[in-house]
Design a protein around this ligand. Structure first.
Ligand code: APR
Length: 312
C-alpha cells in the first residue's frame, strides 16, 4: 500500500520514463506505475528498486511499480506517454511516424479504458502527430492531451542564450512555437535576459547561430550519444508541465495542443503558447505574429498536415 495519495502512470519505462520516475521520486510527488512491454518489466523493476533505494537518503516515500497490465494505471491523475522508438543518428523524428503510430493507437485504447479522466502528456515522436493520433483514438477532450515541444525547445533556446551571454539561464525568457522539428520557430524578438532584449546583448550573427543550434539540439545530442536520444532535458521539461497541472500553476508554456482556428490553424496539434493549470490545457494564448513568423508557422502547419496525409 502506497503512502502517496496520487498516482502518475508512465507508459514506457525507457530512458525518459526512468528519468521521470527518478524526478517524481526526488520531489515526492506521487506513486508511480510504469507500464511497458512484458519482456521489459523485469529490468524496469530492477531500475525501480534502485530508485526506491533513494528513500532513506532523500527522505521520500515514493512507491514505484512496473507492469505490463494497464489495469494498474486506474485512477492515475496523470499519464505520461514515452512508449515507442527513439530515433538513431541520421534519422529525423518523422522517420518514426509509421512505427510509433501503431504504438500510440494501442496505448490510447488502453488509457481510454483504464484512466479515462487522466491528463495525458506525450513525448513519443514525432510528437505533434502522435498527439493527434492519441486524441483521435482515445476520444479525450483536447484540454487533456498535450505534447512536449516548446517546454523542451525553449529550454534549449534559453540554455544557449545563457551560455553565450554568461548570465543565469533562470533569467533568460523566450518562446519557441511550431512543430517539434527542425522547422520550429525560436521567436528571437521574445527573448530577454532579465527583461533586457537579447538584441542588445548579442550580435545578429550570434543570435542566428543560437537559433540554428536550438532547432537542431535534439540531433546534436543524438549524434553525440551514438545510441538513443535526449532524455534528461525531455524529462525535466515534462515535469514542468505536469507540476503546472498538479498544482494549478497557470504556467504559460508553449506546447503541442489542438488548434481549432487559432493562428489560422485548423484541426492540427502544433506548438503554441498555452496555459497549463488544473483544467489541463486551459487556453491557447494568441499573440500577434509578424508576417515572417506567421509564414514560418504556416510552413510548420503544412509539414504536419503532410504527416497526417502520409498516415491516411
Ligand atoms: N507499450 C508500452 N511500452 C512500449 C511499447 C508499447 N506498445 N512499445 C515500446 N515501448 C517501450 C519500450 O519497451 C521502451 O522501454 O517504450 C520505451 C521507450 O524507451 P526508449 O527506447 O528508451 O526511448 P526514450 O528515449 O525514452 O524516448 C521515448 O520519446 O522523445 C521521444 O523520440 C523519443 O519516441 C521517443 C520517446
Amino acid at each position: 500500500m502506497s503512502l502517496q495519495s496520487r498516482k502518475i502512470a508512465l507508459v514506457g519505462g525507457g530512458q525518459i520514463g526512468i528519468a521521470l520516475a527518478l524526478m517524481i521520486t526526488q520531489k515526492d510527488h506521487a506513486e508511480v506505475v510504469i507500464v511497458d512491454l512484458p519482456g521489459m518489466v523485469d529490468p524496469i523493476k530492477g531500475k525501480a528498486l534502485d530508485i526506491m533505494a533513494l528513500r532513506p537518503h532523500a527522505g521520500v516515500d515514493v512507491e514505484i511499480t512496473a507492469t505490463s497490465d494497464y489495469a494498474e494505471i486506474a485512477d492515475a491523475e496523470v499519464v505520461i506517454i514515452t512508449a515507442g522508438i527513439p530515433r538513431k543518428a541520421g534519422m529525423s523524428r518523422n522517420d518514426l511516424l509509421e512505427i510509433n503510430k501503431g504504438v500510440i493507437e494501442s496505448v490510447a485504447k488502453q488509457v481510454a479504458e483504464h484512466a479515462p479522466n487522466a491528463f495525458v502528456v506525450l513525448s513519443t515522436n514525432p510528437v505533434d502527430t502522435m498527439c493527434q493520433i492519441f486524441h483521435k483514438t482515445s476520444g479525450f477532450p483536447k484540454e487533456r492531451v498535450i505534447g512536449l515541444s516548446g517546454a523542451l525547445d525553449s529550454g534549449r533556446f534559453r540554455l544557449f542564450i545563457a551560455m553565450e551571454t554568461r548570465f543565469s539561464a533562470k533569467d533568460v525568457s523566450c518562446m519557441v512555437m511550431g512543430g517539434h522539428g527542425p522547422a520550429m520557430i525560436p521567436l528571437t524578438r521574445t527573448a530577454t535576459v532579465g527583461g533586457i532584449p537579447i538584441q542588445t546583448l548579442l550580435s545578429e550573427e550570434k543570435i542566428e547561430e543560437i537559433v540554428d543550434r536550438t532547432r537542431h539540439a535534439g540531433t546534436e545530442i543524438v549524434q553525440l550519444l551514438g545510441h538513443g536520444s535526449a532524455y534528461i532535458s525531455p524529462a525535466s521539461a515534462i515535469m514542468e508541465m505536469v507540476e503546472a497541472y498538479l498544482y494549478d500553476k497557470k504556467r504559460l508554456i508553449s506546447s503541442s495542443v489542438l488548434c481549432e482556428g487559432e493562428y489560422g490553424i485548423d484541426d492540427c496539434f502544433i506548438g503554441v503558447p498555452c496555459v497549463i493549470g488544473s483544467g489541463g490545457m486551459e487556453r491557447i494564448v494568441e499573440m500577434e505574429l509578424t508576417e515572417g513568423e506567421q509564414t514560418q508557422l504556416q510552413h510548420n502547419y503544412e509539414i504536419l498536415q503532410e504527416n497526417l496525409e502520409k498516415l491516411e
